[in-house]
Design a protein around this ligand. Structure first.
Ligand code: ADP
Length: 401
């Protein structure tokens, strides 16, 4: 079974092709072909990078191409040129898409129909950056493979089982009636990490209490009991919760009222302020990238130090909240760019939980091993570093159809 995965972000489009021979296999497979288009570096230029399991590589800069044209060119490298991996498009059995917002309706991966597309478009009011680009990927595939089955794998779906007390905001009741509630995100990553954790620990997922810390550019925690998300830090949008690279995370909404009353703040300016110019970047004035924050701290930059201190304080507070929702903890999981690569962040987060017998193995932590337990043998709680594999998780969801 050949499964093509499309994972669209605001400024990048990733894609890969998997071949599943044994659908029972839980171990992530190496994709046959993987590609990425990056729009972040140069204006009106799409940077395309492709590599195949057979070892071929391709790099191209596509000038002034539309997003759709760039996606088409990316897909073309699957069946043409030096990265050719399939002979013809019809070899693709199914296409899976990461769709950020599934709203209240879509609580699991869903076969895409005109109704589903209409819902994804409608839900763009909740996810204006992501849902439209997800839809663009679906339409690009429709053009070149009109009869292939396409599956929407929602980032919100893993949190669909949250209890009302967890997902309802204590604002006016009409909010809830209008879909203004907590949804949670990064679900594909949290779901993958939970299953992988059970595998690493050799335990049944149904018996585990886990806290998954997805710390990338966006950051969120999930409290996972018996394989189900029981709490999470992101809410109505991916802005709630932890301090992130350039997003503030939770702040007192009174600040917004204060600013609106005293300045010419528009919704767009507010959006920019909270989503793009806050977090590590806003506080440090250096960067949203944790590597540069740590580098600046080593040169004595006090604002970078403050940014890291707030990040850690809020991460610890978030873990504490998840702990209360779970009522105990078997393993703490670190994943995504910062979670997988920053011993400093992991050590500082864990330090606060020594009181409950959580003991980190300092040397092992420094090595940032992949898919391994970095707690000491006598620690009451396991601490896992897991390389998140969202594309693989999407492929796995597709294999169920
Ligand atoms: P996204 O949320 O966009 O998928 P990633 O999971 O790739 O992002 O995480 C990106 C972030 O990971 C970078 O901004 C950087 O802060 C962090 N990161 C990557 N490598 C390291 C490292 N070696 N040490 C600390 N942070 C790192």
């Amino acid at each position: 079974m050949k499964i093509l995965v499309l994972n669209a972000g605001s400024s990048s489009q990733k894609s890969c092709l998997y071949e599943l021979k044994d659908v029972q296999s839980d171990r992530p497979l190496q994709p046959l072909w993987e590609a990425k288009i990056d729009w972040t570096h140069q204006q009106n230029v799409s940077e395309l990078k492709v590599q195949t399991a057979a070892g071929s590589q391709l790099e191209e800069e596509l000038a002034s191409e539309s997003r759709q044209a760039a996606i088409y060119r990316m897909l073309e490298t699957l069946w043409k040129g030096k990265t050719q991996t399939i002979n013809n498009l019809n070899e693709i059995d199914i296409v899976g898409h990461r769709v950020v917002h599934g709203g209240q309706e879509y609580q699991q991966s869903t076969l895409i129909s005109p109704d589903v597309k209409e819902a994804i478009a409608r839900l763009a009011v909740f996810a204006p950056v992501h849902n439209p680009v997800n839809l663009e990927g679906i339409e690009a595939i429709e053009k070149i493979l009109p009869n292939v089955r396409q599956i929407a794998v929602f980032d919100t779906a893993f949190h669909a089982g949250l209890a009302p007390a967890t997902f309802v905001y204590p604002g006016p009741y009409e909010w809830l009636e209008n879909g203004i509630r907590r949804y949670g995100f990064h679900g594909i990553s949290h779901q993958y990490c939970a299953r992988r954790a059970a595998e690493i620990l050799g335990r049944d997922l149904a018996d585990l209490r886990l806290i998954s810390c997805h710390l990338g550019n966006g950051c969120s925690l999930a409290a996972i009991g018996g394989g189900v998300s029981v709490d999470t830090t992101m809410g109505f949008t991916p802005l709630e919760g932890l301090m992130m690279g350039s997003r503030s995370g939770s702040i007192d909404p009174g600040i917004i009222i204060h600013l609106l009353k005293r300045s010419d703040l528009t919704a767009e300016k507010l959006d920019n302020m909270l989503n793009r110019n806050s977090g590590l970047k806003g506080i440090s004035g250096v960067s949203a990238d944790m590597r540069q924050i740590v580098e600046a701290i080593s040169q004595g930059n006090e604002r970078a130090q403050l940014a890291l201190d707030i990040y850690i304080h809020r991460l610890r507070a978030g873990i504490g909240a998840m702990l209360a929702s779970l009522g105990g903890l078997d393993a703490l999981i670190f994943t995504a760019g910062v979670g997988e690569n920053s011993p400093i962040v992991r050590a500082a987060a864990c330090e606060a939980f020594r009181f409950m017998g959580l003991k980190l193995d300092g040397d092992h932590n420094l090595q940032s091993p992949i898919d391994a337990d970095i707690a000491t043998a006598d620690s009451a709680v396991k601490v896992l570093v897991i390389h998140t594999q969202e594309d693989w998780e999407i492929a796995r969801e597709c294999s169920k159809f």
